[in-house]
Write a protein that binds this ligand. Structure first.
Ligand SMILES: Nc1ncnc2c1ncn2[C@@H]1O[C@H](COP(=O)(O)OP(=O)(O)OP(=O)(O)O)[C@@H](O)[C@H]1O
Ligand SMILES: [Mg+2]
Length: 197
């Protein structure tokens, strides 16, 4: 199967989840993440804001803000092909739909922060393998961004079991994640790469 075929197949399966399934699985996944030491120890957490049927991050954002962590959200700069980072003040008041309809900070709420200040990144994706290799939406936004974080920054990807595949055909730009958290499992990946056959 090619990357394109995996994206199509997995997104179709994910889109077929009911709102109740999305909410229930997301709750299980976020509960696991907020018990991890990587989360508990992080003062500054970057969190993607879900769209379509991605694992929902609202409860994580609310809990992190309530715990007085610094919550950082991405803004997709399509013309520069990069993610910009902003410290989130109020959820969801400071947000509005941006590129692709994804929530992002309103211009007057934009508070930039350097990638090196982030202690934990919650990474979205389409599909993953057990080594942490990640297939995204095809823009390379997270691959470019993750190289800018500090060397010890953990990357955690919340994902449904249906997004975990035996092989996702990583390329040399693809940055693997350290943990995959599904509704059933916590997978410490070791970030070992599976070479292309
Ligand atoms: N660090 C990088 N530097 C330059 N180009 C990159 C980098 N990472 C990815 N790219 C390019 O971006 C394009 C898309 O990459 P890829 O197919 O891996 O996207 P993706 O991982 O699915 O997307 P995303 O990271 O936004 O979820 C490819 O042409 C790839 O070569
Ligand atoms: Mg990639």
């Amino acid at each position: 199967m090619s990357k394109t075929a995996i994206r199509k197949t997995v997104l179709r399966a994910r889109n077929a989840l009911s709102p109740e399934e999305v909410a229930a699985k997301s709750t299980l996944i976020i509960e696991k993440i907020i018990a991890m030491k990587e989360y508990l120890q992080a003062g500054t957490v970057m969190v993607y804001l879900d769209f379509r049927n991605e694992v929902q991050t609202e409860s994580l954002v609310r809990k992190a803000l309530a715990a007085e962590k610094r919550v950082v959200v991405p803004l997709t700069d399509v013309s520069r092909h990069e993610l910009k980072l902003s410290i989130l003040g109020n959820y969801p008041d400071d947000l509005q739909p941006g590129a692709y309809g994804i929530l992002e900070p309103r211009p007057n709420c934009f508070r930039p922060i350097e990638p090196g200040e982030i202690n934990l990144v919650i990474v979205p994706g389409v599909a993953f393998d057990l080594c942490g290799n990640r297939l995204g939406y095809g823009g390379g936004y997270y691959d470019r961004f993750l190289t800018q974080t500090g060397p010890d920054t953990p990357f955690i990807a919340p994902a449904y079991e249906l997004q975990v595949l035996p092989q996702v055909f990583p390329g040399k730009h693809d940055i693997p994640v350290h943990y995959l958290i599904t509704e059933k499992r916590l997978i410490k990946t070791g970030r070992k790469r599976i070479p292309n056959p």
